[in-house]
Write a protein that binds this ligand. Structure first.
Ligand code: PLP
Length: 225
């Protein structure tokens, strides 16, 4: 059973890596410049372990509490694991996030920049953060409004928070390419490097439009139950 899970995880990983390389090649980009974040939210330790044993090191979780129940044990399997927080973060959980994670993708407002800045100084851990942009201006979604980006970038600078780049979750069920292109344009406008965009259904498109970090869950682990 464990062996079968491992083979499946390994073959999906190989398949996605091949697709990533193909998309990178089309865009005359180097595959090594693109990080595959395996989104392991809702997956058990038993489902994640085979990927770690296959040598995969970047993982994404969206809830602090869930990460706390799984990752202290899983991190023991590989000292090189990099854990990404991809879900909304409450300011009162900033300290926990800074101690548990290695990269944060959901910095989206001034109050959170203040809380993260303090937590990073207190712990002496200055984690790279992506600024999440509400790229489709959807009222129900997290993310900084496009017009509020300059102010948030200034705040992160004042707090000494290393900005890794921009992150987005485009509106569901419509063509994501224009939103990816817009995020890339904003990143260039503000002189940033990283672009966290693209999920199971659209990561090749995202890579062709400049993604440096893709966040892939169901294509790696199977559909979430
Ligand atoms: C769940 C999630 C993903 C992965 O979605 P899949 O469609 O399963 O690949 C990516 N990014 C964020 C922010 C998520 O919450």
């Amino acid at each position: 059973m464990q062996e079968a899970i491992r083979e499946t995880a390994q073959s999906r990983l190989n398949e996605i890596t091949a697709q990533m390389s193909a998309a990178a090649k089309l865009a005359t980009r180097v595959p090594a410049d693109i990080t595959l974040i395996a989104v392991s939210k809702t997956r058990s330790i038993g489902e994640i372990e085979p990927l770690i044993r296959a040598g995969h090191q970047s993982y994404g979780e969206n809830r602090i509490q869930e990460a706390q129940t799984k990752w202290p044990e899983l991190k023991k399997l590989d000292a090189g694991i990099v854990l990404h927080l991809i879900g909304q973060l409450q300011s009162n959980k900033a300290a926990e996030a800074v101690s548990m994670f290695d990269v944060i993708h959901s910095l989206d407002r001034l109050s959170l920049a203040t809380a993260l800045g303090k937590a990073m100084r207190d712990q002496g851990r200055f984690l790279p953060c992506f600024i999440q942009v509400n790229i489709g201006a959807e009222p129900q979604k997290g993310g900084c409004a496009i017009e509020a980006l300059p102010e948030l970038l200034a705040a992160t600078k004042a707090e000494n928070i290393p900005v890794a780049g921009l992150m987005c979750l485009p509106p569901a069920d419509i063509e994501p390419a224009p939103y990816f292109a817009l995020l890339a344009e904003l990143s260039a406008r503000y002189g940033l490097d990283g672009l966290s965009m693209g999920m199971s259904g659209d990561y090749q498109t995202a890579i062709m439009l400049g993604a440096t970090h893709i966040r892939v869950g169901s294509a790696l682990f199977g559909e979430r139950g």
